[in-house]
Design a binder for this molecule. Sequence first.
Ligand code: SF4
Length: 369
Amino acid sequence: MVTAGKRNEPALRTLLEDALGGHRLSDEEALRLFLTEDRSVWQIAAAADEKREKVNGPVVTYVRNQNINVTNYCINSCGFCGFSKKEGEEGGYLSSHDEIRKKAALARKRGVTEICTVSGLHPDFNAGSYIDIITTLREGAPGVHIHASNPMEVAYAARKSGIATIEVLERMKAAGLGSLCGTAAEILVDEVRRIICPGKISTDEWVRIIREAHGIGIPTTATIMFGHCETVKDRVSHLSVLRAIQDETGGFTEFVPLSFVHMNTPLYRRGLARPGATGREDLLMTAVSRLYLDNVDHIQVSWVKTGLKMAQVGLMAGADDLGGTMFEESISKCAGALNTDYLDPGEMERIASDIGRTLRERDTLYHLI
Ligand code: SF4
């Protein structure tokens, strides 16, 4: 038995050894690991790093990608979002198809293998708008993987066009969608969603759309946004939902913990959220997810959210992937994150070799390049 928050080293050592030997962590065990507050945190990180080594070997991967956010106009007002604007508000934008095509062409010229696009829920958008964006990106950057939209956008497109979400996904796939973003997950606990993003789809709907995507061969990422007003138990519930989906579909390419960037968000300004996760929490989120999500091969650190130094520490606590080079990132920047524009592979190489690992470029689906 590991006692929450207090040192009980023999029991912890046994649990971690069992996990490394193939024991599947229960929710209760994950909760206890998350609640660790003392130097035992390093034991958990070391076990997660050992697991990472078994699964991924001595490499750190990254993808050359570019974000293209088409619009920041959004009908929703999520409390953690510093990105969205209402029509008429200063700083709002909607890119034309020509602009999108040009940006995509520039991305291709830069040698990116992936273009990501997630935008606000524009009041005039419908399913056709999302399909057109994918088509335009493909025109500008033929052959480049399109990683676009998330379950919230799929649900919105379906509602606006009066069709089923599976039809939206099928049309997106036919237009050239390579994979769907697993964002809009935030915390998959409805009581928390009602506080942080009351206009967003419910947990059940997010799960249903992800299952539909996986069912027709569209892979997705899996994410969590933590460090705002959720409890540690909520984090475990979230991981439990993801693990169950992965058991069933195998459609998640990776898990990406997204540490809450609080500075410019209404949620924080209204006193409804903490000022983000602590370093201990960031570390444990990476380590515990590596140990708990035994069916997800890749755990990513988000340098955009935590900064590069903490990202490097995450690579020693269970993570194997540094994410993307990210030309143009505006969502985290608008929430107050610094240094979000571009991370040179040369700098990635420096932090990977500093911990004795080899940096390798990958594509979206983790094929090494
Ligand atoms: S998080 Fe997305 S859906 Fe929510 S307000 Fe921001 S842009 Fe809109």
